[in-house]
Design a binder for this molecule. Structure first.
Ligand SMILES: [Ca+2]
Ligand SMILES: [Ca+2]
Ligand SMILES: [Ca+2]
Length: 271
């Protein structure tokens, strides 16, 4: 009898585990507006003190920052970096001592908490803009990419999780995905342009008047293509596959839209 009860308890435990695993985060938003971090890189002094997520089954969980840091961001992003099939909520968290760092939040026993945290910039009032999650070296395991200080020397940075930390894999300077004071964060994209199984990164150069394509190779970021001068890019960068490579579309600062073809064969081969 005792054995049957133990088996039943085991099955219930498995069921509970399965239920939790099948209940991924499906949406997230910030809450708790605050003006306690006086930076204003996103157009006003209002940032966020709380993160709220909802799961597929409709459960809501909330994380409230307990110190003076803020979520210096517009909206969280959902992406799974550790391959467990459950997306993490990716945020930008900043404080006056160390500036911004990339963080990923997940649910453990129903509680929302930081799962991965990247290195902080190390100087207050310095910001970073996430580019996204992709498998940049083609090894089957995703990495995360962001631009550190996109307004001052912008460093494209690739990190990967090790334990609960995001460790830097590679960095390359003089790129950007944000204009200071703008709420537009979508000036970069991720796509495997040459179809080699490794995602490539499409970003702006520092003056926002050219597009560049970079790939990760042997833990180095290699610029493989750069456009000629373009109308200044304001946001909405989207990538669409074509027969010969991709088309990049974007909004320009004069209110127009533009489309630029990036043929796969234009990319410098990786040796
Ligand atoms: Ca995950
Ligand atoms: Ca990888
Ligand atoms: Ca590629």
């Amino acid at each position: 009898m005792r054995r049957a009860a133990a088996v039943l308890a085991g099955l219930l435990a498995c069921g509970l585990v399965a239920a939790a695993a099948a209940d991924p985060i499906v949406s997230a938003r910030y809450a708790g507006p605050t003006d306690r971090y006086n930076h204003g890189v996103l157009g006003d002094r209002i940032e966020w003190s709380s993160l709220i997520v909802w799961t597929a089954s409709g459960r809501q969980s909330r994380f409230d920052i307990q110190d003076a840091s803020v979520f210096e961001d517009i909206a969280p992003r959902l992406a799974d970096i550790d391959g467990d099939g459950l997306p993490e909520a990716w945020v930008i968290r900043s404080d006056a001592t160390d500036g911004a760092r990339l963080e990923a939040y997940g649910l453990a026993d129903g509680a929302l908490s930081p799962r991965y945290a990247g290195p902080a910039i190390g100087t207050g009032f310095r910001w970073l803009n996430p580019l996204g999650i992709g498998d940049f070296d083609g090894d089957g395991a995703p990495e995360a990419a962001y631009i550190e200080t996109p307004h001052i020397g912008g460093i494209l940075t690739v990190v990967r999780p090790e334990g609960d930390r995001l460790q830097i894999v590679a960095r390359a300077q003089s790129y950007s995905t944000h204009a200071i004071g703008s709420t537009q964060l979508d000036l970069g994209a991720i796509h495997d342009i040459d179809g080699d199984g490794a995602d490539d990164m499409i970003v702006l150069t520092q003056l926002h008047d050219r597009l560049a394509v970079l790939s990760l190779r042997d833990s180095r970021l290699v610029e493989r293509w750069r456009s000629g001068p373009l109308k200044r890019i304001a946001g909405g960068l989207r990538i669409r596959p074509t027969q010969s490579g991709v088309e990049a579309s974007y909004r320009t600062t004069d209110g127009g839209t533009a489309i630029l073809s990036i043929p796969a064969q234009a990319l410098t081969p990786l040796r």
